[in-house]
Design a protein around this ligand. Structure first.
Ligand SMILES: Cc1cc2nc3c(=O)[nH]c(=O)nc-3n(C[C@H](O)[C@H](O)[C@H](O)COP(=O)(O)OP(=O)(O)OC[C@H]3O[C@@H](n4cnc5c(N)ncnc54)[C@H](O)[C@@H]3O)c2cc1C
Length: 406
């Protein structure tokens, strides 16, 4: 016997649970399957931007847990420091397990949303009658399959939406330490080695430390255990945390960049990291996933009203457009940040420019949250002008030896 439902969501991470809440709210019958047991943990910097906090409230999710964040602080390889405060609202440092619990509590309020844990979904076949999957030994036919199954999405591959080529080969790892946070910002340390460290306060007595690095900079870490070699790139930070007990095991993941040809196909929709991911360097993945989920009430709910057994790709076109529009500014900011990670000299200058003009840093943080493009003429022009001011005397005249790269 085949069970039927309106939507099957593969994955109970932040994107899947948020999508489940929105689809259930518009009256659809939804089955969500998570292959792990809740609460689900994951390698993540755990810095939720103010936009993400706002989206969580819209989803009806309590955000009292975690640690309030006032902004982001950059430490350049030459030791310069610049702080960008969030323009509106506070962000939140929040353990993934706490976020998973809060989302799950909110999702469980919806009667038409059935949530199964410890239940991997096997994808079987697509026909004009719907998409058939196998869930815990049962066959289920659905009008819409939502791929919320993360970076290495099986749904993306199965639906032929995978785009295997990538430009960036980067990996990430994170671990937590029992220490009172010394800052109310996400502290980002850039190094000369193509490795960055991110410290996020997540509780009164806990910080998370995440490292991200480029594959071609592996020489910096080769031949040594992963974490000690990464710590070696940040001696000051290492000294601060010397002797502080780790409270979680290290979790690593990569390559981070994952691309999709499109985020919709006949009967299929991708959301969160499954829809494509560039890098964790600017920490907007969670906010983007929630924004995509919230858009479903406008972009997908009308398409589901047609009562066709399989929702067509054309009917999902608005979701495709909305997702591209949401991802564009964040990806532009991420590319900009990736440039800094490759060129320490440029990074030093940008951090000095931000220190001289904190409002500019604030504008770019807003761009990262999708509120504007970083290439808007006033913002880009100001950044360019500030960078010119950080050039050493004589650089523009080409005086020999004037430009030191610092
Ligand atoms: C090192 C690092 C640091 C980061 N830092 C930040 C940050 O500071 N701020 C921020 O906003 N974002 C950050 N991100 C990004 C953020 O972690 C992701 O964008 C976010 O987790 C995406 O959520 P998701 O639900 O799409 O995917 P995931 O969280 O990966 O969830 C996918 C879920 O699908 C499940 N699943 C997979 N296959 C199946 C299957 N066949 N059946 C059932 N279930 C399945 C998995 O078990 C998993 O629970 C970071 C990422 C990394 C790697």
């Amino acid at each position: 016997m085949v069970q039927t439902t309106d939507a099957v969501i593969v994955g109970g991470g932040p994107a899947g649970l948020a999508a489940g809440i929105v689809l259930a709210r518009v009256g659809l019958r939804v089955l969500l399957c998570e292959k792990k047991v809740f609460p689900v943990d994951k390698a993540c910097g755990e810095g939720l931007m103010p936009a993400g906090v706002y989206h969580l409230r819209q989803l009806g999710v309590g955000v009292e847990v975690g640690f309030p964040l006032a902004g982001v602080r950059y430490h350049s390889p030459d030791g310069s420091v610049a702080t960008g405060s969030f323009r509106s609202g506070a962000g939140r440092g929040i353990r993934r397990t706490a976020l998973s619990r809060s989302l799950l509590d909110a999702a469980r309020q919806h009667r038409s949303l059935c949530i199964l844990e410890n239940t991997p979904v096997q994808l079987e076949q697509r026909s004009p009658e719907g998409i058939e999957v196998r869930v815990g030994g049962e066959r289920v036919r659905t009008r819409l399959l939502v791929g919320a199954d993360g970076l290495r999405s099986g749904v993306r591959r199965w639906a032929g939406l995978d785009q295997p080529r990538r430009r960036h080969w980067r990996w990430g790892v994170r671990q937590h330490y029992r220490i009172a946070p010394w800052s109310d910002c996400v502290e980002v340390y850039w190094s000369r080695l193509g490795v960055e460290a991110y410290v996020t306060p997540v509780a009164e007595e806990q910080v998370g430390v995440a490292f991200l690095w480029h594959r071609e900079r592996r020489w910096a870490v080769r031949g040594r255990p992963l974490l000690p070699s990464l710590w070696a790139a940040f001696p000051e930070l290492a000294q601060r945390l010397q002797g502080v007990p780790a409270v979680t095991a290290a979790r690593a993941i990569g390559p981070l960049q994952q691309r999709s040809r499109a985020v919709v196909a006949d009967g299929v929709l991708l959301i969160g990291d499954a829809a494509g991911y560039l890098d964790a360097i600017t920490g907007e993945g969670l906010s983007l996933a929630f924004a995509q989920a919230l858009s479903l009430s406008e972009t997908v709910a009308p398409a589901m009203q047609a009562q066709t057994p399989l929702v067509s790709r054309q009917a999902l076109a608005r979701y495709q457009q909305m997702t591209s529009a949401l991802m564009r500014p964040a990806n532009q900011m991420t590319e900009l940040a990736l440039l800094l990670s490759r060129f320490p000299g440029l990074c030093n200058r940008v951090v000095r420019a931000f220190r001289a003009d904190p409002a500019l840093f604030q504008e770019l943080l807003a761009a990262n949250m999708g509120m504007q493009s970083p290439w808007q003429p006033p913002v880009a022009g100001r950044l360019f002008a500030r960078l010119l001011l950080t050039l050493p005397d004589g650089f523009l005249q080409g005086r020999p030896g004037a430009a030191t790269g610092q």
